[in-house]
Design a binder for this molecule. Structure first.
Ligand code: E4P
Length: 217
């Protein structure tokens, strides 16, 4: 499963990229607002930090407006992936852009049938939002299971990009189901490293090493 980080914070992206486990980045208008930076500047900078796809979202809601914005976004770098909402205009835009060889991430997917539409429109990625479904009392991971089944039934190439990830269990479950990609905030990815027995083990080894009075090198 590919790991994308869901942030517009370039320091966090650079830190995770250095671990070698980062396969791409997703942003959205809320994350750009949180960064306090100019959208185009930050996307360009992120694209230089990773070779993987960097999702940059259009803010127009009509097809012509989305195409105009996509034109600007895709010129920023070769690895820009244009993000469009799962609407009729969004999927029209998806069809046009992917037909021209541009990667497209279809976002704000909350139902299996919506994911079917996105695949038929040639989406590179579909982004089902699991956390936001959990928030309203539905099981977000059920959506991932349904989409996996549907995409496998028809051998669609669209990659399932699990989004709105809130905790490590979402990531683990995504991998069990066979999602292609997950995107999570930096803190959730970093939480995967943690285990109390790892910390305890390091403390024990350090204490015993100190008793030897040795140094390495
Ligand atoms: C994905 O591309 C979205 O940016 C993101 O996962 C949304 O997550 P949220 O529901 O925590 O805002």
């Amino acid at each position: 499963m590919k790991f994308f980080v869901d942030t517009a914070d370039t320091a966090d992206i650079a830190e995770l990229a250095a671990t070698g486990l980062l396969d791409g980045v997703t942003t959205n208008p809320s994350l750009i607002a949180k960064s306090g930076r100019q959208f185009l500047d930050v996307v360009k900078e992120i694209c230089a930090l990773t070779d993987g796809p960097v999702s940059a979202e259009v803010v127009a809601i009509d097809h012509a407006g989305m195409m105009r914005e996509a034109e600007i976004l895709r010129k920023l770098a070769d690895n820009v992936c244009v993000k469009v909402p799962l609407t009729l205009d969004g999927l029209k835009t998806c069809k046009a852009l992917t037909g021209e060889g541009t990667q497209v991430n279809v976002t704000l997917c909350f139902a299996p049938a919506q994911a079917l539409l996105a695949a038929k429109a040639g989406a590179t990625f579909i982004s089902p939002f699991v956390g936001r479904l959990d928030d309203i009392g539905q099981d977000g991971m059920d959506l991932i299971r349904d989409i996996r089944l549907i995409y496998d039934n028809y051998a669609f190439d669209t990659e399932i990009l699990v989004a709105s990830v809130r905790h490590p269990i979402h990531i683990l479950e995504s991998a069990r189901i066979g999602a292609d990609v997950m995107t999570a905030p930096p803190a959730v990815i970093k939480a995967l490293f943690n285990h109390p027995l790892t910390d305890k083990g390091i403390a024990g080894f350090m204490a015993d090493w100190a008793k030897t009075g040795q140094t390495i090198g």
